[in-house]
Design a protein around this ligand. Structure first.
Ligand code: DC
Length: 237
């Protein structure tokens, strides 16, 4: 029955700055709903890794386009973990460095890169049943998403969370460095001309500064349920 199919296959968009808790929350939500989890930041990171590997010049649009035309990024779930594949090559562990964070932010400001990534993202999410996290999901990639969330937190709290992650991975960075890099990245992501990080008008703002991930997940699940009920009522009237 088409109605049931649609009800079971919503698009949930979660946008927000780095360290707001998007990945933790999106991953849990996807699991809870039996949906696919799409980490669009990982896709920009994977391409940024490729740029660094190949030593590409970011001002050489023609070469970038050629490389992008031959680029495929896949997100696959393996033993409960999201694997990021760039042209079939597993880059999951290589893309989580401070250097790649900055590079991903830089390449994501380029029109030619965004066009390719958005195309892949739309193809992946076309069928619905996805929780998609990023910066422009509710505004550009899926402007008609069924549920839109803008997840934010204070810069200090976001830097603290990212710093703890780096520490757990044995990466040597200070809290001050992490905060500085995060502020620099936020500024670039918010001020770029194409698809800047901003809250969609119809997105629900959640400030996670003093919230546990569980509580944010619970709040979003309520939104998802409200929406399912709305869709059922609309389709049966
Ligand atoms: O979510 P993240 O930190 O892994 O994202 C890395 C960079 O990718 C981020 O600084 C900006 C860019 N990005 C984007 O421009 N649009 C998205 N939908 C997701 C990420």
């Amino acid at each position: 029955m088409p109605r049931d199919r649609h009800v079971g296959r919503l698009v949930v968009a979660i946008d927000g700055p780095a360290g707001a808790g998007k990945s933790t929350v999106a991953r849990r939500l996807a699991k809870e709903l039996g949906y696919m989890y799409m980490d669009t930041g990982a896709m920009y990171r994977a391409f940024a890794w490729n740029v660094l590997q190949k030593g590409l010049d970011l001002s050489d649009e023609a070469t970038l386009k050629k490389v992008l035309d031959d680029t495929m990024v896949n997100l696959i779930e393996k033993r409960g973990r999201l694997k990021v594949l760039l042209n079939g090559h597993d880059v999951t562990d290589k893309i989580r460095t401070p250097e790649l964070s900055q590079m991903a932010s830089r390449v994501s400001a380029l029109k030619v890169v965004r066009e390719r990534m958005v195309k892949i993202q739309r193809e992946m999410g076309m069928q619905g049943g996805v929780v998609v996290e990023g910066r422009d999901i509710g505004t550009v990639v899926f402007p008609r998403a069924d549920v839109k969330i803008f997840l934010d937190a204070s810069p200090q709290e976001r830097a603290r969370r990212r710093y703890l992650e780096f520490q757990a991975q044995g990466k040597k960075v200070t809290l001050e460095q992490t905060l500085e890099e995060m502020i620099e990245r936020d500024r670039r992501d918010k001020e770029r001309k194409i698809a800047p990080l901003c809250k969609a008008e119809d997105a629900l703002l959640i400030d996670s500064t003093s919230l546990e991930a569980d509580s944010v997940v619970h709040q979003i699940l309520q939104e998802v349920k409200k929406n399912m009920v709305k869709i059922i009522n609309r389709e049966s009237s």
